[in-house]
Design a protein around this ligand. Structure first.
Ligand SMILES: Cc1ncc(COP(=O)(O)O)c(C=O)c1O
Length: 404
């Protein structure tokens, strides 16, 4: 007989931390599939494409060449130089390799920079709907996340007025994410310029600009926040390879930061994990140097799917959804269904109930808005085949139609 599990006193911050809701939804959907239910999961946060060949081949080559040892802690000089070249070429930003820290995914880059910057009592402004991990990371770094809500009427973008209102003398960091997970919203350059103008009045506030979906863009322009006058000195640009190059499993991301923040982040990394995988770093160099045709093909496929899904969703009464201009998510406001009843007599109180109902009764996995600090909506990821999307959409439509 296995020994009974003993309760263990855990670190308070770990005990208070919420598990990632997107990962939780994924495992529930997987479990239901294992039980034989034909679940279509639109909950994934990753491209459904494989890593392009030139990148995969560079990884294989690295193994065959014996490039399998520890590298310099912030990443190889070759990769950091390739990242500097990318930042210059795409974003007009001038960085030295010493200002780049490569990590095990952008997730780690974000965690490092928040730990490097925040102290007990500091505030981290997080516009919502927000990516699931920002508030938990801020809390874990000892800071207090301050969620600033935006809605469909704002196109899910933070306005300068809301930013100004939320800033206090305790604000240490403002997190921006464009294109956004979970809404697909993209800030136009003039709106970023207006946010930068507000921040000019607050010298000690830093901006963590998460630009991981930079290449997954439809009819919109991406501007790096650090490229606005006076912002480079106070912006930590976080980016990575997971989304644009379909490299989620390779675990490679990076930050470009003012020198003291890059140094502090590298110091933490040196004690906690060391450099990311040597093999992934070689693959990362190949990604930055390759012809972007495979990326463009992937983005074109996302765009076709976005159009298809939006067209269908817009026919459903009660759903409100702005047109996303990037990433691979839609974030419909579903609050019109709160207070309705399922055929089984259960009341839908919030988006969590709605997602649970759609999963259990109609076999579609979505992620409830509670995970993103915006409970009136839910996230639909269209990183799935057109066929799965069609199936899911008709199930969602009939599931919603059955609510009274
Ligand atoms: C907005 C955003 N930032 C960061 C990440 C982390 O990406 P990774 O750690 O795979 O580089 C993700 C992944 O879901 C994301 O959506």
């Amino acid at each position: 007989m296995p020994a009974p599990t003993r309760s263990v006193r855990l670190n308070e911050r770990v005990a208070a931390m919420q598990p990632s809701a997107t990962l939780a939804m994924k495992s529930r959907a997987t479990e239901m599939r294992r039980q034989g239910h034909p679940v279509v999961a639109l909950s994934a946060g990753e491209p459904d494409f494989d890593t392009p060949d030139p990148i995969a081949e560079a990884g294989v080559q690295a193994i065959q060449d014996g490039f399998t040892h520890y590298t310099e802690n912030p990443g190889t000089m070759e990769l950091r130089q390739a990242i500097c070249d990318k930042l210059q070429r795409d974003n007009g930003l001038d960085y030295a390799p010493e200002q780049i820290v490569c990590s095990n995914g952008a997730k780690q880059s974000l965690a490092l920079t928040l730990h490097a910057l925040c102290d007990e009592g500091d505030e981290v402004l997080v516009p919502a709907p927000h990516w699931v991990s920002y508030p938990e990371m801020a809390r874990f770094a000892g800071a207090e996340p301050v969620v600033v809500s935006t809605g469909v009427e704002d196109q899910y973008r933070l306005s300068p007025e809301k930013l100004d209102e939320a800033l206090t003398d305790r604000t240490r960091v403002v997190i921006l994410c464009t294109p956004s997970n979970p809404t697909g919203a993209v800030y136009p350059p003039e709106e970023l310029a207006a946010l930068a103008e507000v921040l000019r009045g607050y010298e000690d506030v830093f901006v963590v600009s998460d630009e991981i979906y930079e290449y997954v863009l439809f009819d919109a322009e991406h501007r790096a926040f650090a490229s606005f006058p006076g912002m480079k000195e106070r912006t930590i640009t976080v980016n990575g390879f997971s989304k644009a190059f379909a490299m989620t499993g390779w675990r490679l991301g990076y930050m470009a930061a003012p020198q003291p923040i890059a140094d502090a982040s590298a110091k933490i990394q040196g004690q906690f994990t060391s450099a990311p995988s040597s093999i992934s770093q070689k693959a990362g160099v190949a990604a930055l140097e390759m012809d972007l045709d495979p990326v463009e093909d992937m983005v074109a496929a996302f765009r076709r799917r976005r159009d298809r899904v939006l067209k269908h969703l817009r026919k459903i009464d009660g759903l409100r959804c702005p047109t996303p201009q990037g990433a691979f998510y839609l974030y419909p406001d579903v609050s019109a269904f709160f207070g309705t009843q399922t055929p089984g007599g259960q009341t839908i109180e919030d988006s969590e109930d709605l997602c649970f109902y759609l999963l259990e009764e109609h076999h579609v996995a979505l992620v409830p808005g509670t995970a993103f600090g915006a409970p009136e909506g839910l996230r639909l990821s269209y990183a799935s085949s057109m066929e799965d999307l069609e199936t899911a959409l008709s199930r969602i439509e009939s599931g919603l139609a059955a609510l009274q």
